[in-house]
Design a protein around this ligand. Structure first.
Ligand code: UFG
Length: 433
């Protein structure tokens, strides 16, 4: 069964590709790499031993999308493609409306043309706004998003509901994510933000590794157990497995279901920092800052619907998330642009990356030693030759001294200077005999 992942080279998309492949699906990724890196495709192959099919396209381009549907028999789509930076969306809302809505509308048109009826949409807990009490339940009223990013999520949810109303074969699962963090335990894929991170965990890991000086805690006067904002952090691998369950559900049912993907547990900013320091034995320097506009006190999920409909629940702990986030950061200090993977477990190395590193290292080491040995050999040979010459010279002089009168007689070419010292050419001549 082939599943198309739009935006599948991103943080959540790449982890979902791994879990889908592990579950036996064929994965096709369509991504314009505007906020991701093509190296992800190699890394997915390293983890799973299977390379997903990759199309570098803009999902809003209908013709390009049609080409993918022509070349593959696609059963369902998981739609991740879209811009996701909340602060940017408040500055350039049009960019967000244009991109996030265009990609969705093009995709839905093409899906309809090719009679592909199952979609899982990457929505967000942001649709619950700031008026609902926690934990957020799927049947609570949505709306009140304070930024263009959140509003595009709401709009797309509404579009999908309308299509489901108009077509009895259509099936959509709206996955409302809470706060995905962590990384694949191999350390091969993870979150790789461009520039200064907006979200908490990448900021924590970059501070711990020294790229950032301090983590700023945005406000300590929230109505929470320690005054800092509380969120429902979920391991990205758990989240990815939730997508596998959701696409299975979407291909077996019709209609629309909104489903939370969270753990149901809230952790404050301080809780995350302490868990990170404990799990990894590193310090995270912090400073206290002002509240960030738009942030709410608490946000965590009701998780019963996911358990009931998808038979899925998050299993990994905050400690697992902190450990894997740090493992990713350490192994990839410059994200996907990092050159080598310093693995501590051989089982993680499913390709020749580390092996290639050792072979290269060994060849360089070998060549340097050959060079040093040759140098040593020539130095010793030179010294031996010098010693031999000196010995022969000394012997010759001794012989000359001992037999001085005899040589004088025999040398008709004798070439003495006036003071009786033997010339160099005579010594050379003597050395030859
Ligand atoms: N925080 C800091 N310092 C930082 C970054 C974040 O103190 O440098 C705090 C925030 O104030 C908040 C918590 O850490 O209390 C989590 O902030 P994130 O930016 O990591 O996540 P948000 O909950 O603000 O937003 C996330 C996603 C959104 C999504 C939302 C849904 O980034 O896309 O969850 O609830 F809409």
């Amino acid at each position: 069964m082939s599943i198309l992942l739009t935006g599948g080279a991103g943080f959540i998309g790449s982890h979902t590709a791994v879990e889908l492949i592990n579950a036996g699906y064929d994965v096709i990724i369509a991504d314009n790499l505007s906020n991701s890196n093509e190296k992800v495709i190699d890394r997915i192959k390293m983890i799973t031993n299977r390379r997903p099919k990759f199309y570098k396209i803009d999902v809003s381009e209908v013709e390009e999308l049609c080409k993918i549907f022509d070349e593959n028999d696609i059963t369902g789509v998981i739609h991740f493609a879209g811009f996701k930076c909340v602060p940017e969306s408040t500055k350039v809302p049009l960019k967000y409306y244009r991109n996030n809505l265009d990609t969705t509308l093009s995709l839905l048109e093409v899906m309809s043309k090719y009679k592909c009826n199952s979609i899982v949409f990457s929505s967000s807990a942001t649709v619950y706004g700031d008026k609902n009490p926690v934990p957020f339940e799927e049947n609570m009223p949505v709306g009140g998003a304070t930024n263009a990013y959140g509003k595009t999520k709401l709009m797309i949810e509404e579009i999908l509901k309308d299509i489901a109303m108009s077509s009895k074969d259509f099936s959509a699962v709206l996955l409302r994510y809470f706060n995905p963090i962590g990384a694949h335990p191999s350390g091969l894929i993870g979150e790789s933000p461009d520039g200064i991170p907006n979200n908490l965990m990448p900021y924590v890991t970059q501070t711990a590794i020294g790229v950032r000086k301090f983590l700023t805690i945005y406000g300590t006067d929230y109505n929470t157990h320690d005054g800092t904002g509380v969120r429902d952090y979920i391991h990205v691998v758990d989240l990815a497995k939730g997508h596998v369950a959701a696409i299975k559900y979407a291909t077996e049912h019709t209609g629309v279901e909104a489903i939370n993907l969270g753990t149901g547990k809230g952790s404050s900013v301080w809780d995350v920092i302490h868990a990170f320091e404990k799990a990894n034995g590193v310090k995270v320097p912090v400073q206290i800052g002002e509240r960030r506009p738009g942030d709410i006190d608490e946000c965590y999920a009701s998780v019963y619907k996911a358990a009931e409909l998808l038979n899925w629940r998050a299993k990994l702990s905050l400690e697992d998330m902190c450990r894997d986030s740090w493992n990713w950061q350490k192994n990839n200090p410059k994200g996907y642009e990092s050159i080598w993977q310093y693995k501590n477990k051989w089982e993680n190395v499913k390709s020749g990356y580390l092996v290639a590193f050792y072979i290269k290292y060994f060849i360089i080491y070998f060549l340097i030693h050959i060079f040093l040995l040759l140098k040593l050999y020539f130095q010793v040979a030179y010294l031996v030759e010098q010693a031999k010459t000196k010995t022969r010279e000394f012997g010759a002089f001794k012989e000359i001294n001992d037999n001085y009168p005899k040589y004088i007689l025999s040398l008709d070419r004798a070439n003495f200077s006036e003071d009786g010292i033997i010339h160099k050419n005579i010594i050379e001549w003597l050395l030859d005999i």
